[in-house]
Write a protein of this length. Sequence first.
Length: 113
Amino acid sequence: MTDEILKDEELDKVVGGSGVETMALMSRLQSEGLANFRTPLVAGNEKAAAKELQAFLDTFSTSDGPNTVKFDVNIYTDDRSNSYGTISYRPGHGEYNPISVDKLVELISKWQR
């Protein structure tokens, strides 16, 4: 018997890639009372879910001193993993910081107050 190790991108294809990731995040946001999505979170709705999640995340921003902080995310509909981050910017300057899904959910909760 040969042991095989799947690369991350191969595992994404097995478990559904970004579609499963997107719907899991949307389900989590709904269950925590942070969002209410219209797209049914079932197989076949991945593209609509990705579009709705992207639009939802694009509505958030906050101030950090002279800077504005927004989410900088890429929600994909293919086998690529979604990416999550924040960008802190003021005219002529921007700084990107990658964040985890847990941090994303924490910031949504904080920024909704």
